[in-house]
Design a protein around this ligand. Structure first.
Ligand SMILES: C[S@@+](CC[C@H](N)C(=O)[O-])C[C@H]1O[C@@H](n2cnc3c(N)ncnc32)[C@H](O)[C@@H]1O
Length: 273
C-alpha cells in the first residue's frame, strides 16, 4: 500500500459512479440487505460504547440510514447527522432527530462539526483516501467521544478452500479495486490506524454472518456480484459461467464458505483535562 492508502493499481473511478450507482434499480435494496446482515452487531457495539440519550452522532456514508435510524429509535441518541454523497435513500424516510447532509467526505473542507460518536461502516474501504480520512474523522470526535469504523475482512485468501464462491469473491475484490480503488487488505490494521490518530484505548471485533441459502448476506453478495459483474469479468479471473455457478452455489446446500466479515474498530478521544 502506498502513502495514500492505495494499492498498486487503484481504479480512477468512484463508488456510486463506475459501480453501485444509486440511480440503478433497487440499489437501496442491495444496501439494505447488507444492513440486515450487520446492523444488529453494529447497534450492539454502539450501545455498548455508550451511545444513548444526550449523544450527538455523525454517520458518514450513511447509505439508506438504517444505523442512523436505529441509533435514534433504539439507542435513544439525541441526534444523528447522516452524511452521504447521494442522500436520496435518506431523505425518503425522515424521522425526528435525523438530519441529512449531502456532502463528499473526501472534500478537504468537509467539517460538519464535533460529535460524541463518529461512525462510518463499509465506506473507507471504497475510498482511496482512507488513511487521511481516519485522521480527519478522528478530528470530528469531541473529547471523550468515540470513532467507530466498520469495514470488510476478506476470508477468501489463497489458503482458503477453493470453491465457486471463493473464486468469484476474489474476482470481485480485484474488479472493485481496478474500477474504484476498493481495498480491504488494510482493514486488519484499523485498530493501529485509530491509535496512530491519537485515540486510546482502541479495540476491535469481527462478525461473520453465516452464508445460508436465502439469507440477507447471501442475497447481498448475489446482488453485489450482478452489479459489479462487468468489473469482475474485466479482471480475466472469471467468466459469466463462473459467476452464474457461484450464484447457484450460494443458493444451494452445497455451499460451504465464509462470508466476508465486518471488522468493527473503535477508539476514544482523550477527554480534555
Ligand atoms: C457500501 S455503502 C454503506 C452504507 C452504510 N454505511 C451501511 O453500512 O449500510 C457506502 C456508502 O458510502 C457513500 N459514499 C461513498 N463515497 C462517499 C463519499 N466520498 N462521501 C460521502 N459518502 C460516500 C455511498 O454513497 C454509500 O451510501
Amino acid at each position: 500500500m502506498n502513502a495514500a492508502g492505495r494499492g498498486d493499481a487503484p481504479g480512477s473511478g468512484r463508488y456510486g459512479e463506475a459501480v453501485f450507482r444509486p440511480g440503478q434499480p433497487d440499489e437501496g435494496g442491495r444496501v439494505d440487505l447488507g444492513a440486515l446482515a450487520y446492523d444488529d452487531i453494529t447497534l450492539a457495539r454502539l450501545r455498548a460504547l455508550g451511545a444513548g440519550p444526550g449523544w450527538r452522532c455523525l454517520d458518514v456514508g450513511a447509505g439508506t440510514g438504517t444505523v442512523s435510524r436505529r441509533l435514534l429509535d433504539e439507542a435513544g441518541v439525541t441526534s444523528v447527522l447522516a452524511v452521504d454523497r447521494d442522500v436520496r435513500f435518506l431523505t425518503g424516510r425522515p424521522v425526528p432527530g435525523l438530519d441529512v447532509l449531502e456532502a463528499d467526505v473526501t472534500a478537504p473542507d468537509f467539517d460538519p462539526g464535533r460529535f460524541r460518536l463518529v461512525h462510518a461502516r463499509f465506506v473507507l474501504m471504497h475510498l482511496p483516501e482512507r488513511l487521511r480520512l481516519v485522521t480527519a474523522l478522528a478530528g470530528l470526535v469531541e473529547p471523550g467521544g468515540v470513532l467507530v469504523l466498520g469495514d470488510a475482512v476478506d476470508l477468501t485468501s489463497d489458503r482458503a478452500p477453493d470453491n465457486p464462491y471463493a473464486r468469484v469473491m476474489r474476482a470481485m475484490w480485484q474488479g472493485l479495486r481496478d474500477a474504484i480503488g476498493t481495498d480491504v487488505t488494510w482493514v486488519p490494521s484499523c485498530p493501529r490506524l485509530l491509535r496512530d490518530a491519537g485515540l486510546a484505548p482502541v479495540a476491535a471485533e469481527i462478525h461473520v454472518p453465516p452464508l445460508q441459502p436465502g439469507s440477507p448476506i447471501s442475497r447481498f453478495w448475489v446482488d453485489t456480484w450482478e452489479r459489479s459483474r462487468e468489473a469482475m469479468l474485466a479482471t480475466g479471473l472469471v467468466d459469466d459461467a463462473a459467476v452464474d455457478a457461484a450464484i447457484r452455489y450460494l443458493d444451494s446446500d452445497a455451499c460451504a464458505a465464509l462470508s466476508a466479515g465486518l471488522l468493527t474498530a473503535w477508539g476514544r478521544k482523550p477527554a480534555e483535562t
